[in-house]
Design a protein. Structure first.
Length: 353
């Protein structure tokens, strides 16, 4: 097939823009050929389950799905009754960017909590965990995003504190880990330290943003907390028939810590981007640019002078985060290179100098 895009184009719009990692492509090719049982009875899915159990303990169950929305909906549904709701930051992806899937497909309501850094606290959980009986949705779970929509991180202790508060109130704990590789690389901690050991019951494990081409998983850390997840995956249209190809991608990411290396590369390039602009601000060659969030993983958030965003976007793609305040978001990816960053820093200097 003829290639239809320019492989030399790099931008900072989304880590979803990046292609699949070569090692993931190789894994899919290796899984091809011949016949293998369908619907997860294949050896690749079995190997993926074994790998997650090595990482997270022998009780761990793994349910590969197609995308992050599916992982979140299926994982949260398994923790709730029909009258249950989910306490989450108001800015959480499940509240703002799932196209209403939790409500439309999952039939559960998000109970949003205003928070300046996209992170829940034990106090916020306690304040929003109450119910007025039959007139309101009953909070039954909390959802943490690691790393958050603002590129901030929960430490293992922070996750544990929220989980302890939630469990004390009878709420289960879900973690949206669409960028969990970036979080793990930044924390320098084992996956279990800020998931299972910290009290997370169900994890949405993200692979697409770090080099898979459509592979995520619902990882059950506490089987006692979930009900009917195997049926929920099917009736939410997230059960792959040729699951070996989904599982092979995740298995490749978990082999030789590819997921950590990919996340660390994206994080390092975000730090390089921020540092490069900060140096230009310090020497006076850039003005009118201010950072709005700490750069802890692969996201850089900044406000720009009037008209600068549109001028920059003529050369490199990125999104407005808040057009009213002229705040933008720059995301680096597993395949972002130092040259990509340095060229963009130079472009910022020319536009905002």
């Amino acid at each position: 097939m003829e290639r239809l895009h320019d492989t030399g184009i790099r931008g900072f719009a989304s880590d979803n823009y990046a292609g699949a990692h070569p090692e993931v492509i190789a894994a899919v090719a290796a899984a091809n050929g011949g016949h293998a049982p369908a619907y997860g009875e294949d050896p690749y899915t079995a190997a993926l389950r074994a790998r997650f159990r090595d990482l997270l303990g022998p009780e761990t169950e793994v349910f590969p799905v197609f995308n992050g929305t599916g992982a979140n909906v299926v994982g949260l549904q398994s923790l709730l009754t029909r009258w249950g709701g989910v306490v989450a930051p108001a800015i959480a992806h499940i509240n703002t960017d799932e196209g209403g899937a939790p409500e439309k497909v999952g039939a559960f309501k998000i109970l949003p909590v205003p928070t300046p850094d996209a992170k829940l606290t034990p106090e916020a959980v306690r304040a929003h965990a109450g119910s007025r009986g039959v007139h309101t949705i009953v909070p039954q779970a909390v959802s943490l995003t690691q790393s958050t929509e603002l590129g901030t991180l929960y430490t293992p202790d922070e996750v544990a504190a929220v989980a302890e508060a939630a469990h004390s109130l009878g709420l289960a704990v879900h973690m949206d880990g669409a960028r969990i590789a970036n979080a793990a690389a930044a924390l320098g901690a084992p996956l279990g330290a800020f998931t299972r050991d910290a009290g997370v019951d169900v994890l949405s494990f993200g692979g697409t943003k770090i080099g898979a081409m459509g592979a995520e998983a619902v990882v059950v850390l506490n089987p006692a907390a979930v009900t009917g997840i195997e049926f929920l995956r099917k009736n939410t249209m997230q059960l792959a028939s040729k699951m070996r190809f989904v599982s092979a991608q995740l298995l490749a990411l978990l082999t030789d810590d590819l997921w950590i290396r990919a996340g660390a590369q994206a994080n390092a390039m975000a730090q390089r981007l921020r540092r490069g602009i900060e140096e230009r601000i310090a020497d006076g060659s850039v003005s009118g640019v201010a950072f709005t969030q700490p750069t802890e993983v692969n996201g850089v958030f900044a406000t720009l002078p009037e008209g600068a965003a549109d001028a920059l976007r003529q050369q490199a793609a990125f999104y407005d985060w808040n057009a009213v305040t002229r705040e933008v978001r720059w995301l680096t990816s597993w395949d972002t290179e130092a040259g990509d960053v340095d060229r963009f820093v130079g472009l910022v200097a020319r536009v905002c100098g």
